[in-house]
Design a protein around this ligand. Structure first.
Ligand code: SF4
Length: 369
């Protein structure tokens, strides 16, 4: 459906019903308590990009307590930012938050800009986040279309193309912009997303209590289960990664990933992807030599963990290893440290490594050498 074909009365009714419903039904979420603070809105929106609301709340509160404003975030150590983000995943979000905060301090004297154009020029802020900050915190007439809003729009207006297609995206954003009620864009955007999150769920939408039920084409045509159209799922590649828990006496070797790598800035047990035809044990020894320039003795496979990232899956094989010779050098990593197991919790690790740390720090789980 082309946006221009939606009558003004229909657009007005859409907004009136949606906003009335939102006023009565919105969830009490911490970032809504001070929605005029763009810093809070920004942190919440970045967290919510790939994290469920329930999971995001404690992260949001901890992050705000640790870095209460742009300047505090800009001047923090990256290690501390990543530690505060540890477990939330998609760590590029945390690195970009800090880079953007530094840019805001440098270019805007610490004041978050208010226009979509200025916001989009900052690291990690795309069209959606810019629209959300501009409309919610600065009351700009900007649309913000996340996955929840897309689902509602696809259903109400019976948009049958996959929403991730570029042409469908254009249509959805134009549609959202055409529906914005003057002066209430922030509330409208939040209401649309809230409806998608709580009523117009991916499976079994609660059409009986939906404020848009009368206008909804999917409901009228019985297409709720078919819309939005699904994009064909790709089979994710799977890799075997071998890592070494390398002991030297009572201490363990950890390495920090380079900033330009996936999970950049996080600490990990050294290792990497197994090459074709290589044994896992040989892989650990080679990776450690390449990454840190030391020789190790590779012992038993001590733990195996599976982990899924957005674009691939891994099986992580952790080997019990012993340092043999050489002083570590940061050849393929950003830094390295020898630490005792109790110190591991001071560093930010990816999820798969954290499971190993939990095992390592369990009483009697692992004898030190
Ligand atoms: S009527 Fe049903 S399908 Fe349509 S927007 Fe409401 S909840 Fe979604």
């Amino acid at each position: 459906m082309a946006t221009t074909k939606i009558a003004r009365a229909t657009r007005r009714a859409f907004a009136v019903h949606l906003l009335a419903w939102y006023e009565a039904n919105q969830r009490d979420l911490p970032w809504r308590r001070d929605a005029s603070d763009p810093y809070r809105v920004w942190i919440a929106e970045i967290l919510l990009q790939q994290t469920q609301v329930v999971t995001a709340i404690p992260y949001y509160e901890r992050f705000l307590a640790r870095f209460p404003n742009v300047r505090a975030l800009a001047s923090a150590r990256l290690d501390d930012v990543l530690k505060a983000w540890e477990g939330a995943g998609y760590y590029a979000r945390a690195r970009n938050l800090q880079r953007a905060a530094q840019e805001i301090v440098a270019r805007f004297d610490g004041t978050i800009p208010s226009t979509v154009t200025e916001l989009r020029a900052l690291p990690g802020i795309g069209r959606y986040t810019a629209g959300a900050i501009a409309s919610i915190a600065f009351h700009r007439e900007a649309a913000a279309v996340d996955g929840n809003a897309m689902r509602v729009l696809c259903r109400v207006f019976a948009i049958r193309h996959a929403p991730r297609r570029a042409r469908t995206q254009t249509e959805l954003w134009q549609l959202a912009e055409s529906l914005l009620p003057r002066g209430r864009a922030g509330e409208f955007n939040q209401a649309l997303m809230e409806l998608g999150a709580t009523v117009c769920a991916p499976r079994q939408p609660a059409c009986d209590v939906c404020p848009l039920a009368r206008a909804c084409a999917a409901r009228r045509l019985g297409l709720q289960a078919k819309l939005p159209a699904k994009t064909a799922q790709r089979q994710l590649p799977h890799h075997h990664v071998a890592i070494g828990v390398i002991w030297k006496g009572k201490r363990l070797l950890i390495a920090r990933r380079r900033d330009n790598q996936l999970l950049g800035g996080l600490w990990e047990f050294p290792g990497g992807h197994r090459k074709r035809g290589e044994t896992l044990a040989a892989c650990v020894a080679r990776e450690v030599r390449e990454e840190l320039g030391i020789e190790i003795a590779v012992g038993e496979e001590w733990a195996t963990r599976r982990h899924a990232y957005s674009h691939f899956r891994i099986t992580l094989h952790a080997f019990d290893c012993r340092w043999v010779r050489g002083r570590p050098r940061a050849l393929g990593c950003a830094a390295w440290r020898w630490v005792v197991p109790d110190e591991l919790t001071q560093y930010a690790f990816p999820a798969a490594n954290r499971q190993l740390i939990a095992k390592l720090t369990q009483p009697k789980s692992h004898a030190t050498r």
